[in-house]
Design a binder for this molecule. Structure first.
Ligand code: NAD
Ligand code: LMR
Length: 332
């Protein structure tokens, strides 16, 4: 999908994730060192001055790949002709909250932005929802963009995958590059299911490399499920640089061919999924890309009774979240 100039919208562009993200995109980390980019930066009107500051700093980097920066607070204008839309702008949770507690405030943002994408974005736009709770927000955005294929909408579970890889590598005392086939199933929430059963370390199943099922079923899964809250407790703010890194990893995985035998975690529409899970959700699956921005869910992975029960719980939570926003999912 190489283009003359790739147009990339980033919402919440005056926020902390965006501050770790936009400079990396402008340097070529997202689409490679030969792809010129234009950044379309959206935030609420009150952040306009701060957005001007971000635009100034981008200019002051004098980056050869950066051809244009647009800023504004009208999604219809900012999404005009974009090829990628990274929907970051939303409130963050505070200590003691679950991400779904944000649905009341954040859900409606994705009604407006889904409609604006439907009207203004390039017809092949790829949309990645990061603002929490990202799976259900993505469901809302996709619902309000009926003219865009649902396959082009994603929610981010890559940060969870990266967290799981880091924990497995530490436990096995290997480099992170030795860990492969790590999938997150379900929701980006404390019910998510980091899959150790199908993952590999140095090409062998994790259960052979780390023969400690008690740790894998207990502390490992909980550590990944609760890592976002742990970062909030330590920093007083939610993860930002690691989230920006995961955004870059997600898009790169979608636009480059997946290595043979490997996969990555991506939350996609659960329509016609090969595991018989409930349709009409945005659910994280192990996915593979053909390198042209198209993807498929990896089928035939082993789902043992332990994994099956965990997946049932995260599916249940996603159905509950969908019920909570049923008023935002009426006919369009
Ligand atoms: P932040 O508060 O630093 O920045 C958010 C920005 O979004 C603010 O500048 C705000 O003005 C803007 N915003 C709010 N409503 C908007 C709207 N309607 N249109 C455009 N911009 C809008 O927050 P942050 O740390 O950058 O986090 C942003 C979101 O990402 C939060 O919901 C957070 O929970 C989520 N998050 C998700 C993941 C993930 O893995 N999926 C990881 C980290 C953070
Ligand atoms: C994360 O996983 O770090 C983000 O979703 C922020 C949060 O609220 O935990």
């Amino acid at each position: 999908m190489k283009r003359q100039v790739a147009r990339i919208a980033i919402t919440g562009a005056a926020g902390q994730i965006a501050y770790s993200l936009v400079f990396r995109i402008a340097q070529g980390d997202l689409l490679g060192p030969d792809q010129p980019v234009a950044l379309h930066l959206l935030d609420v009107p009150a952040m306009n001055k701060a957005l001007e500051g971000v635009a100034m700093e981008l200019q002051d980097c004098a980056l050869p790949l950066l051809k244009e920066v647009r800023i504004g607070s009208d999604p219809n204008q900012i999404f005009q002709g974009v090829h990628y839309a990274l929907l970051v702008g939303a409130k963050s949770r505070g200590p003691g909250m679950e991400r779904k507690d944000l649905l009341g405030d954040n859900g409606k943002i994705f009604v407006e932005q889904g409609r604006a994408l439907n009207r203004s974005a390039s017809r092949d736009v790829r949309v990645l929802v990061v603002g929490n709770p990202c799976n259900t927000n993505c469901l809302i955005a996709m619902h309000h963009a009926p003219d865009l294929p649902r396959r082009q909408f994603f929610a981010m579970t890559r940060l969870d995958q990266n967290r799981a890889v880091a924990q497995l590598a530490m436990r096995a005392q290997v480099g992170v590059q030795e860990v492969s086939r790590v999938a997150i199933w379900g929701n980006h929430s404390s019910t998510q299911v980091p899959d150790f059963l199908n993952a590999h370390i140095r090409g062998v199943p994790v259960l052979e490399a780390i023969p400690d099922r008690k740790w894998l079923e207990g502390a490992f899964i909980q550590q990944v499920q609760k890592r976002g809250a742990e970062v909030i407790a330590a920093r007083g703010k939610s993860s930002a640089a690691s989230a920006a890194h995961a955004i870059i990893g997600t898009i790169r995985s979608i636009v480059t061919p997946t290595a043979s035998g490997d996969w990555f975690s991506l939350s996609v529409a659960s329509d016609h999924n090969p595991y018989g899970l409930s349709e009409g959700l945005v659910f994280s699956f192990p996915c593979r890309s053909n390198g042209n921005g198209d993807w498929e869910i990896v089928s035939h992975l082993t789902i043992d009774p332990f994994l099956k029960e965990k997946i049932r719980l995260t599916q249940q939570e996603l159905m509950e979240e969908r019920d909570l926003v049923s008023h935002l999912l009426q006919e369009v």
